[in-house]
Structure formats: structure tokens, C-alpha cells
Design a protein around this ligand. Structure first.
Ligand SMILES: Nc1nc2c(ncn2[C@@H]2O[C@H](COP(=O)(O)OP(=O)(O)OP(=O)(O)O)[C@@H](O)[C@H]2O)c(=O)[nH]1
Ligand SMILES: [Mg+2]
Length: 671
């Protein structure tokens, strides 16, 4: 079988599945031996979640009728034996269509009515409101029925000019872009604002999300597409028609939406089959394709190796018929190999890092926990050995000593309380600054200085000032985290020295990720404010939508920062609590042991033996934990494409020498 993007993504999915199994094994072992408490349990949960939820988004962008939907069909859905997404001449896909899989829902098509635009709610907010969507169940076993259901994404409505204007599809300043009118003066607009297809395709199950878009420069394009969906895609495939070349509107889309995102762009010169000419030789057609490829690369300002001439239609037909030669002639496999060569190593790297860090943290935690327990056992053994040959009076004395030590130890609670109070206060202050209310207030301040329109000259300045303030908040949070650590260091020092704790500092919080996300939002919005598109959407209603969209984007960043902060602090408290608990238990155990020894002869040796066995078991647990964590880390390091036996059988090219992201020359060699 020919190598395809689909099969290599499959291999990546298997690798991820195997990683999850190893995480499960580790988690099970820890749970069985009572080692998965507090921070360790949370770290396992977060590792599992990140492994399971990491998405890979591939977006297809172009002017209408260039073949986006056809290409998606050829790459992802040929195994159904037919064309699944509607692809016909003229405008077909009328709204953005997101294909993905969530096991929480049945296979379905969810459609967001276009009228929701009138309410000013952003797509992000509406995603959380199931009632806003029309939901159709999908019959996935019946390809014809499935294709029929998906026709819904092509639905349009006829509305009055006033309605079209309110929905953002009519602009008096640019009549050439306005949609057609019928005899009664009604205007054709899309019926849906967004469509979500929940479909258990093997690739979608593995976290792939495919985004099909309607012709983008169409007036009234969803701002969220420009501001959020496209910028966060891991790869964007821009499609041109070999029959049309690079037109003015193609160029406008490229400039407005893709121009700045170099490492993730792929340019497809589709429909090369239309260049076949009965009056020309194959060589002449070949030369013409090469010529078009060069021209396209030059016009768009990308490397020649980034332009992929192919025929989506031919590829789909060949795959459906199992025609290997036809598939090669379509040249689709070259694009798929390039997509795979770029995306899979990149994705593997992200997952690898998640696993490496997670496994290390879990192991550190468990090792520390076991270390504490062993230290206490050692103290106890020492004490018991000292009792050998001693009489009952001596034992009674020992019990008194334990009681005194216990009382002395309990004095640490004053210090602990003081530490917790200060810590809680500091944390609360930090969380207020990262709260949704704070974000909302900051955006309101921006809006006050902007006025009612996002178009006035001050808008850009006000927006940049907002970003500056928000960056300041994140920086302040990071600084305060440093202060918390200093405070804790002082308290931990005393607790360790005076009360026998062995508390260790956690790694400082790193907010770079959130600062980076903020930066991305900033550059996208700045670009958007400069778009002609924004001009057309500058009505008050869209201003409201813009504001809400901005708030919901920013809120995600700040909410994630808050939860990371909370997780960090929970880990601190969990460590203190668990050591406090263990210390108390140890005192209690010591007293009970002495009481038993007092009441029965022979008990002493028995207890010493018991403790030694316990210690031996802890040594074994620690070794086993390290072994499991190490196996997880090691597995995360191996390239899934070379070591997985099942994958080797598929006879696919190896990706061991993973291409660094953005290394175009190397990528070309590999492709
Ligand atoms: N000859 C030829 N036709 C193609 C090829 N790919 C797509 N088409 C045809 O071009 C037309 C448009 O294809 P679509 O996939 O609907 O294009 P799209 O980019 O999704 O268009 P919109 O959904 O309207 O934005 C359809 O009739 C396809 O069959 C190709 O490689 N060769
Ligand atoms: Mg389409």
C-alpha cells in the first residue's frame, strides 16, 4: 500500500495508545500500593488528560470551488468508497465545517443557525451552549445516507436586503462582493454559521481535527475563523486551481489569512488533470505544470517545494477504485508525505515532552514519599534495637518519651497555621488578578477608550495598551509566585530543622506558555484590525461580537494560568499535609509498638522483623516505580514510525531522522 498521511497518523495513534497503556500500568501499580495520593494522583490525572486530549488541527483554505472539500474527501474519506463531503461546481460549502470526534456524543452533525449572529455571541461561547445548535444524528454505517445528511452544510436561505445587512452579508460600500439577488430582491445567505461533524473515523478518534472552510473572501466571513480557528491550526493547506492560476481574490485570501504563517503552510495547485490536452504531448503538459508551479511559488513568495501540483478528483476516484497507478498519477501521495513529515514529528515531540515531564514528576513525588517513610522506619528500628535486653520500666520510660516528643511535634501546627494563612492570602491576591472579572474589566477599559467602533484611529492603540496591561498581570503573577516560594523556603527550613519534616521546594511556575498565547492573540487581532474585512464588520453588533470573542479568548488563557497556579499551590499543600499525616501516624505507631512490647515477651524481635520487611517492600516499590516511569519515558523517546512492529509491516518510510519544523529543504528531501 502506498504511504499516506492517514497511515502515518495511524501509527502515531498506536504509539499514543501504547503510551497511555504504560501510564495506566504505572497508575495501577501506585494505586494498588497506596502510593497514588495527593499530588501524584493529580499528576497522573493531568498526564492522562493531556495525552488523550491533544488535538491536531489541519485547515483547508481557499477561494470557493478550488477543491477543498474534494481534497479532504480524497485524503481522509476515500475508505467509505464515495464522496462524503459535498463537492460540486460553484459555491458548495457555505459555512465552516469542523470534523472531529468526541466519544461523549453520538455520531452527529451539529449546526449553528446563522441568526445567532444577531445576538452578538461569539462562536466560542456558543460551543458551550448545546441548545443553540441543531443536531442531526448521523448513520455512519451507510455511506450514501451519511453523504445525504452532510448535504445540509450547503443549505442557504433567501432573506431581505435589510436582514442580509444585519447578518453581515451585505455591504453598500462594496457592491461587487454582495451575494446575488433574486427577482423579488431577496438575497441568498448561508443557513448555518458553523457546522460540527462528530464522526468516529480512526484518524479523528486520534485527535485529528479537519477544518473545511467556505470561500473565505466572501463578505461576512466569520471573524472567529480569521482570529481563532485558522491561527491555531497546526497546518494550513491553501488551494489554487491549476485551471485558474493565482487570481486576485486567491491572492487576497493568501495575504489576509495565511501570508504570515510560514512554517505551517502548504500550497496545493489542484486540478492538474484539467491541463491534460489531447493535442499536447505528456511532456508538454508536464512542462506546463512545472511552469505553473514556479509561477505560483514566485507570486506567493514561497519555496518551490512548498507548492504541490495534484488532482484531488483523480486521487479520490483512484482510491475508491483501488487504482494504485492512478493514485500516483494524481500526485496526492507527495502532499500527504510532506504533511506527515512535518506534522507527525512535531506532534510526537509535543506528546513526548508531556510524557517526559509527567513521568518525571510522578516518579519524583513517589520517591520522596517513600524516602520519608523509610526514614521513619529507620528511626523506629533504631529505637527498638535500643530496647533489647531492657526491662519494663525502661519501656515505660520510652513511652513517656514518645508522648513528650509527640507533644513537642504538635507545636509545629502553630507554624503550619501561620504559613497556611500567609500562603492563602498571597494566593488569593494572585487569583483575583487572573480572574475572568479582571479580564472583563480590562477589556471594558479598552472599549471605553475605543468608542463604539473598532475602526477609529485610536482602536489599535487601545488594543495594544490592553495587551500590555494583561502581559503585566501575567508578569506580576509570576513575580508573586517567586515571593510565595521565598516565604515557603523560610517556613520549610524551620519545619525541616525543628520538626523533622523533609519538605522540598516545587519548581517555580512558568508562565511563558501563557505569555506566548497572549502574544498570538495580540498579533492575530492587530492583523484583523488592519483588514478590509474588519471595515465591513464595523457595525455596533459586530463590535459586540468582537468584544465577546476577545474576552472568551483571553479568558481561556487566564483561566488556564489560574488553574496552573492552583495546581502548583495544591501540590505544595499536599506535600505538607501528607508529611504531617505520616509523622503523626509514625508517633502513633511507635507508641502502639512499645505498648505491645510492654505486654508480651518476644514481641520486640517480631516488631523489628516486621519493620525490616516493611522497609524491604518500600525499596521494591521504589525500584518498581522507577522502572515503570523509566519505561514510559523510554517509550516516549522512540519514534513510533520505526520501532512499532505493526507499523514496520506496512512498509512505510522511516521518520527517525525527524525533520525539524520549518526546515524546508530537509522536508523536501524526505518528501
Ligand atoms: N477537474 C478537477 N475538478 C476538481 C478537482 N478537485 C475538485 N474538483 C471539482 O471542483 C469543484 C469544486 O470542488 P469543491 O471541493 O466543492 O471545492 P471547494 O473548494 O470545497 O468549494 P466551496 O465549498 O464552494 O468553497 C467540484 O465540482 C469538484 O468536483 C480536480 O482535481 N480536478
Ligand atoms: Mg467545499
Amino acid at each position: 500500500m502506498t504511504h499516506s498521511f492517514a497511515t502515518s497518523l495511524d501509527a502515531l495513534g498506536e504509539w499514543r495508545g501504547a503510551l497511555s497503556e504504560r501510564v495506566d500500568t504505572l497508575a495501577r501499580f501506585l494505586a494498588e500500593h497506596d502510593l497514588a495520593q495527593g499530588a501524584a494522583a493529580e499528576q497522573i490525572g493531568s498526564l492522562r488528560e493531556r495525552l488523550g486530549n491533544e488535538k491536531l488541527v489541519v485547515a483547508f483554505v481557499a477561494e470557493f470551488s478550488r477543491g477543498k472539500s474534494e481534497l479532504i474527501n480524497a485524503i481522509f474519506f476515500a475508505d467509505t468508497g464515495r464522496r462524503i463531503l459535498p463537492a460540486t461546481p460553484g459555491r458548495t460549502t457555505m459555512c465552516p465545517v469542523e470534523l472531529g470526534w468526541s466519544a461523549d456524543e453520538p455520531p452527529s452533525l451539529a449546526l449553528l443557525p446563522i441568526e445567532t449572529r444577531l445576538e452578538g455571541l461569539s462562536l466560542g461561547e456558543l460551543r458551550l451552549q448545546p441548545r443553540a445548535w441543531r443536531r442531526l444524528e448521523l448513520k455512519i454505517d451507510d455511506a450514501d445516507e451519511l453523504a445525504r445528511s452532510l448535504l445540509e452544510v450547503t443549505r442557504t436561505e433567501w432573506v431581505t436586503e435589510a436582514q442580509a445587512r444585519a447578518l453581515g452579508f451585505w455591504d453598500d460600500a462594496h457592491p461587487e462582493d454582495n451575494p446575488p439577488r433574486d427577482d423579488e430582491g431577496k438575497v441568498e445567505v448561508p443557513a448555518w454559521r458553523h457546522a460540527l461533524i462528530n464522526y468516529p473515523h480512526p484518524l479523528l478518534r486520534q485527535g485529528l481535527v479537519v477544518l473545511d472552510t467556505p470561500g473565505l473572501n466572501a463578505i461576512g466571513a466569520e471573524p472567529e475563523l480569521t482570529l481563532s480557528l485558522l491561527p491555531s491550526a497546526h497546518a494550513t493547506v491553501f488551494i489554487l486551481g491549476a485551471d485558474t492560476g493565482v487570481t486576485k481574490s486567491d491572492l487576497a485570501i493568501w495575504r489576509d489569512h495565511l501570508g504570515a504563517r510560514a512554517p505551517t503552510r502548504f500550497v496545493v495547485l489542484n486540478k492538474i488533470d484539467s491541463l491534460i490536452d489531447p493535442l499536447a504531448t505528456l511532456e508538454q503538459v508536464e512542462a506546463q505544470i512545472a511552469q505553473q508551479q514556479r509561477e505560483t511559488a514566485r507570486t506567493l513568495g514561497v519555496g518551490l517545494e512548498r507548492v504541490f501540483p495534484l488532482s484531488a478528483r483523480q486521487a479520490l476516484a483512484a482510491r475508491v477504485e483501488g487504482d494504485e497507478m492512478g493514485l500516483n498519477e494524481s500526485r496526492l501521495p507527495i502532499l500527504e508525505a510532506a504533511l506527515g513529515a512535518q506534522l507527525l514529528p512535531q506532534r510526537r515531540q509535543v506528546l513526548e515532552q508531556v510524557v517526559q515531564e509527567g513521568a518525571q514528576q510522578i516518579e519524583n513525588h513517589v520517591v520522596r514519599h517513600i524516602g520519608d517513610a523509610r526514614r521513619q522506619l529507620a528511626e523506629q528500628t533504631l529505637e527498638l534495637r535500643g530496647l533489647r535486653g531492657k526491662n519494663n520500666a525502661k519501656v515505660r520510660l520510652m513511652i513517656k518519651r514518645v508522648d513528650a516528643e509527640t507533644a513537642e511535634f504538635e507545636e509545629c501546627t502553630t507554624l503550619l497555621q501561620a504559613m497556611r494563612a500567609v500562603h492563602g492570602r498571597m494566593l488569593k491576591d494572585m487569583l483575583i488578578d487572573l480572574s475572568s472579572d479582571r479580564v472583563r474589566d480590562e477589556v471594558a477599559e479598552m472599549q471605553a477608550s475605543m468608542g463604539a467602533s473598532i475602526l477609529n484611529l485610536g482602536a489599535r492603540k487601545a488594543f495594544l495598551a490592553l495587551c500590555e496591561r494583561l502581559r503585566g498581570l501575567l508578569a506580576a503573577a509570576q513575580r508573586r509566585n517567586g515571593e510565595i516560594r521565598e516565604m515557603l523556603a523560610a517556613s520549610f527550613g524551620r519545619l525541616n530543622a525543628e520538626f523533622g519534616f523533609s519538605l522540598a521546594q516545587n519548581k517555580p511556575l512558568d508562565f511563558d506558555r501563557f505569555t506566548g498565547e497572549l502574544q498570538l492573540i495580540e498579533s492575530n487581532y492587530v492583523q484583523y484590525l488592519g483588514l478590509t474585512l474588519a471595515l465591513r464588520l464595523a457595525q455596533p453588533k459586530f463590535m459586540e461580537q468582537f468584544r465577546r470573542m476577545l474576552i472568551s479568548k483571553l479568558r481561556v488563557v487566564f483561566e488556564n494560568a489560574s488553574s496552573e497556579l492552583e495546581l502548583w499551590n495544591k501540590a505544595v499543600s499536599a506535600q505538607v499535609d501528607s508529611q504531617l499525616r505520616e509523622r503523626r501516624k509514625a508517633f502513633k505507631r511507635r507508641r502502639e509498638t512499645l505498648e505491645k512490647i510492654q505486654s508480651a515477651a518476644g514481641e520486640l524481635e517480631l516488631r523489628i522483623e516486621e519493620i525490616e520487611t516493611q522497609d524491604q517492600r518500600l525499596i521494591e516499590f521504589q525500584a518498581k516505580t522507577s522502572e515503570l516511569a523509566e519505561s514510559l519515558r523510554e517509550y516516549a523517546l522512540v519514534a513510533p514510525f520505526s520501532t512499532d512492529a505493526a507499523f514496520d509491516k506496512l512498509d512505510l518510510p522511516l521518520f527517525e531522522d525527524a525533520v525539524p519544523v520549518g526546515d524546508e529543504a530537509a522536508m523536501q528531501r524526505q518528501a
